[in-house]
Design a binder for this molecule. Sequence first.
Ligand SMILES: [Zn+2]
Length: 171
Amino acid sequence: MHAAKKAMLDRRLLLAGVGAAGLLAALRWLAGSEVEAAGAFEIQKSDSEWRASLSKAQYDVLRLHHTETPGSSPLNKEKRKGTFACAGCDLPLFASETKYESGTGWPSFYAPLPDAIATSTDRLLFFPRTEVHCRRCGGHLGHVFEDGPPPTGLRYCMNGVALKFVPDAPA
Ligand SMILES: [Zn+2]
């Protein structure tokens, strides 16, 4: 399935405000179609190009799916109005209005911007998780869980190092 179709479905689910059970079923259904092959992303770079364009910490998370130490990101405390963009390709991913304090030590959001992210199933742990990546460069951002606040009930648990904060220009 194409990323655009997935994103559309994600949006429909959010708009419909489906319950956790419906969402879980949808996520399971999505899991049936694994993430596109690496070649399918709009922005493609070789491994050495990514290494050259990212810091070691960014590379480890975005390209190797590592998880930053909780509480380590300065973005945990970022409270200004603005946009959180992909550290890999600058695509705007989350608006500050959807950020909330989850108490996890990772920057958390209840909804992404439209057409910003895509998901796949991550089986690194003994239970499958829904991995969240940038739909444009494929960079790993974090995971999404179903214990978030209204209106979506979702918790986008992001690695701060995978994001860049761009404050709104002062009015
Ligand atoms: Zn990106």
